[in-house]
Design a protein around this ligand. Structure first.
Ligand code: SAM
Length: 253
């Protein structure tokens, strides 16, 4: 997959794009990543990319022309016609199904705004979609753009060393993931649930499913009401809730 990000702070993107799973994906060539700086398309010697808003009011607005040229440069560099997404608190909220559909695209351009935002004509003329990472306002679209890149990079074929880890992750099948434990067996008198050390893969899988259902029920009941549970899941959740009502953790069999 090819991703181009338009930003006046390329150094912010570079550090994220060089670390961890994403850094490895870029190095291996599973993901081609390019940055386009609107300052390179500014018309004056000071490389200005913002100006005061028409009609008055606080702050500055990003100029249309440098952004439009940066989008054109990104389109020209993309190996296939890209979807152009503007990261904005006014966009549709990002979720895992959206990440999955973006990960299927061959080319994507992410536009990061700054200041009070960008000239509306850039959105009208060059943007296909607006995406928000949540109902709060950040100072720039760089972190939201990299949130999108990180989330979809995990789904690209070959990027994760263990592809199975994707399958159980939170939100992948509409549930939160079960809890994880690693060595040592006891941390400040808190021990690892015995079922995880018994070597019975069936029992482990059942315990994890129960925990995923129970966590989702407790923390995100909205996710459960948005999906249809299989009969076996309903049974597991009922068992877990009954155990919990009797004072257990709910994970016992
Ligand atoms: N004045 C704008 C408004 O009220 O909608 C907010 C502008 S914000 C200070 C500057 C830039 O940060 C935006 O252009 C956008 O690219 C980015 N941004 C801020 N919050 C965001 C969010 N929740 N999701 C995605 N992008 C965001």
């Amino acid at each position: 997959m090819w991703i181009g990000v338009i930003s006046i702070f390329p150094e912010l993107l570079a550090s994220i794009a060089s670390a961890g799973v994403l850094g490895r994906a870029v190095k291996r060539g599973d993901l081609a990543f390019a940055v386009f700086n609107p300052r390179n398309y500014a018309e004056d010697r000071r490389r200005t990319v913002d100006d005061r808003p028409y009609g008055g009011g606080p702050g500055m607005v990003m100029l249309a022309e440098p952004l439009l040229q940066a989008v054109a440069a990104a389109r020209a560099a993309a190996p296939s016609p890209p979807l152009v997404v503007y990261l904005s608190p006014q966009g549709r909220r990002l979720d895992q199904p959206k990440v999955q559909s973006l990960a299927e695209l061959p080319s994507l351009v992410l536009l990061a705004g700054r200041y009070e935002g960008i000239d509306q004509r850039v959105i009208d003329l060059a943007v296909d979609e607006e995406l928000s990472i949540g109902d709060y306002v950040l100072s720039g679209g760089e972190l939201p753009a990299m949130v999108v890149v990180e989330a979809l990079c995990r789904l690209l074929p070959g990027v994760l060393n263990n592809q199975d880890s994707i399958l159980s992750e939170s939100h992948l099948d509409g549930l939160l993931e079960y809890p994880h434990y690693t060595r040592p067996e006891s941390v400040r008198a808190a021990s690892v649930p015995e079922v995880l050390m018994c070597g019975d893969h069936g029992a482990v899988a059942k315990w994890r499913r129960k925990q995923a259902l129970l966590r989702t029920w407790r923390e995100r009941p909205d996710l459960l009401s948005a999906r249809r549970l299989e009969d076996e899941d309903i049974r597991l959740l009922r068992d877990a809730l009954a155990v919990q009502a009797q004072g257990g953790s709910g994970g016992e069999d």
